[in-house]
Write a protein of this length. Structure first.
Length: 262
């Protein structure tokens, strides 16, 4: 979805854009706001990310398949900038779907390096009622922020929109169904904002370029939704300095706890 210049200048979605974005997430599984973060801020994020990432991978094994890393982010600048954690174009969509009582309980990244492979097609969320076929409204939304342009050659995310978030197959059934269901690579410029229902099927693809392809990943859920993610470590003084809205979003995290990679 291309936002208007007025929406970008005012950092405010027009009512009809917000309604369309919410509908896209609910019906199609995701919405993409293209290239909304300022390039200099994306550059700052990228530089900071590569520094933390390179230190991390020097002492850690891959954890998402060959040459592919999931890495928690430290809750420090520039990662915890309001333009990331309480983005004014994203929060209205979160509020409309998960209510203003939503929480953010995952602050991390996915990075395929050159030589990475296809992942299994998967959903990030387990069904709430796996013993039934019950389809429930969204309860967990992922915010992805590409820190480089996602191109065909550098391992873009591949997605299965159009209703896979409304099904409850097992991981094995997803493998059989995935080739039959329409899907495409999510090519997007650095600094775009993708809000997706965590249940929508997707996978990482091989990075055939010669550079890392970092993707920030935050998860917003209903306040009652539990995950197995480690709680986000937020130093007390950092938490105290957050806006009231950010405090509310991160209220269930490890306030005073240890930063990732500190
Ligand atoms: O390539 C990505 O950004 C997403 C990877 C992914 O879906 C995962 O590791 O679970």
């Amino acid at each position: 979805m291309k936002l208007t210049q007025t929406e970008l200048d005012t950092q405010t979605l027009a009512p009809e854009t917000l309604a369309a974005a919410v509908r896209e997430v609910e019906v199609n599984g995701y919405v993409l706001f293209e290239k909304v973060l300022p390039p200099d801020f994306v550059q700052e994020l990228h530089t900071a990310f590569m520094s933390v990432f390179n230190t991390h991978i020097a002492k850690t094994d891959t954890n998402r398949g060959t040459n592919r890393y999931q890495m928690h982010l430290p809750f420090t600048a520039p990662f915890n900038d309001p333009r990331i954690i309480t983005n004014p174009l994203v929060l209205p969509v979160i509020d409309a779907i998960l209510s203003k009582d939503a929480i953010c309980n995952y602050f991390a990244s996915d990075t395929p390096l050159p030589g990475s492979d296809y992942q299994q097609v998967h959903s990030d969320m387990t069904p709430l009622f796996p013993e039934t076929d019950l389809v429930v409204p969204p309860y967990a939304l992922v915010l992805n922020i590409p820190l480089v342009d996602f191109r065909e050659d550098n391992g873009p995310l591949e997605i299965w929109p159009g209703g896979t978030h409304l099904q409850t197959p097992t991981r094995e059934q997803i493998q059989k169904l995935a080739p039959l269901v329409p899907h495409h690579t999510a090519l997007m410029p650095a600094g775009s904002l993708m809000i997706r229902d965590g249940r929508m099927w997707h996978r990482g693809t091989p990075n055939r370029s010669n550079e890392a392809r970092p993707n920030m990943a935050l998860v917003y859920t209903y306040h009652w939704f539990g995950t197995s993610y480690p709680r986000i470590g937020i130093p007390k003084e950092t938490y105290e300095g957050l806006s009231d809205r950010a405090k509310h979003l991160f209220r269930k995290e490890d306030i005073g706890g240890v930063l990732a990679h500190s």
